[in-house]
Write a protein of this length. Structure first.
Length: 246
């Protein structure tokens, strides 16, 4: 009888912990990656940027931090860094600032970056989203990068990173403009995409030149905070924060 009661109590304990697992991590296409490893083969001479969404499936607001753990690095000169909310962290920083995530589907963006430093090899990074009030309600995923150098890749021309200027005006009520440079990125497939705070894509425009100025109409957007992302083939190249007021 005692064994039965113990088993039931343990079942209840683990059941309550499982019920508290409210953090869900998805990739840019909406596929759930919580607790899994995602694999990417990337050029060794290019910066790889990915967009992820951290969603709070619980009913109450939570405060989270994101922890970066490098398990394997292809080269000592390679870099791995990330951004949460509107904050980006240096390659040496492993823990983010606290970020509040609203309940009932509230979401925050996480971006991850890796530059292999022109060296082929494997980099394995774990990102853990930690609920500051309840460690059992934390989640993680791993990114497994395999960097590949094309023939003569190490002697490739210097890589120029893409850039986007701050939106102007900001806050904006009707229109805003940004100046952009794609750097070494091929303009084919490049876009300027606007996301709201939930990670929903609300606007986009095609980028046709290697550099230039983009003007976008936000008069129909609701007031709030948005992110202007320069993207190419599903990869985020650069991002800026935009406030819309009416």
């Amino acid at each position: 009888m005692k064994k039965l009661l113990l088993a039931l109590s343990l079942f209840g304990l683990f059941g309550s912990v499982s019920a508290q697992m409210n953090i869900v991590i998805t990739d840019s296409s909406g596929a759930v990656v919580t607790g899994s490893t995602v694999n990417y083969t990337i050029p060794c001479n290019l910066l790889d940027t990915r967009i992820w969404h951290i969603t709070n499936a619980g009913g109450n607001q939570i405060t989270i931090k994101v922890k970066k753990t490098i398990l394997t690095l292809n080269d000592p000169g390679a870099t791995v860094y990330f951004c949460t909310d509107i904050n980006c962290y240096s390659p040496s920083q492993t823990l983010s600032l606290a970020v509040a995530v609203a309940g009932s589907g509230g979401s925050e963006l996480l971006t991850t970056d890796h530059f292999p430093n022109n060296i082929a090899g494997v980099t394995l990074v774990r990102y853990t989203v930690i609920n500051q009030a309840n460690l059992s309600d934390s989640a993680y995923f791993l990114i497994n990068y395999t960097s590949v150098c094309s023939p003569g890749g190490i002697n490739s021309p210097s890589i120029v990173k893409p850039t986007v200027s701050n939106p102007a005006p900001n806050p904006a009520s009707s229109y805003f403009t940004v100046n952009y440079k794609l750097g070494s990125t091929n303009p084919a497939g490049a876009k300027m995409v606007i996301y709201n705070m939930l990670g929903d894509r609300v606007m986009e425009t095609i980028v046709e030149e290697n550099e230039g100025t983009i003007k976008m109409d936000v008069s129909n957007l609701e007031q709030g905070i948005y992110f202007c992302n320069l993207e190419s083939e599903g990869r985020m190249l650069s991002t800026r924060r935009l406030v819309v007021t009416h």
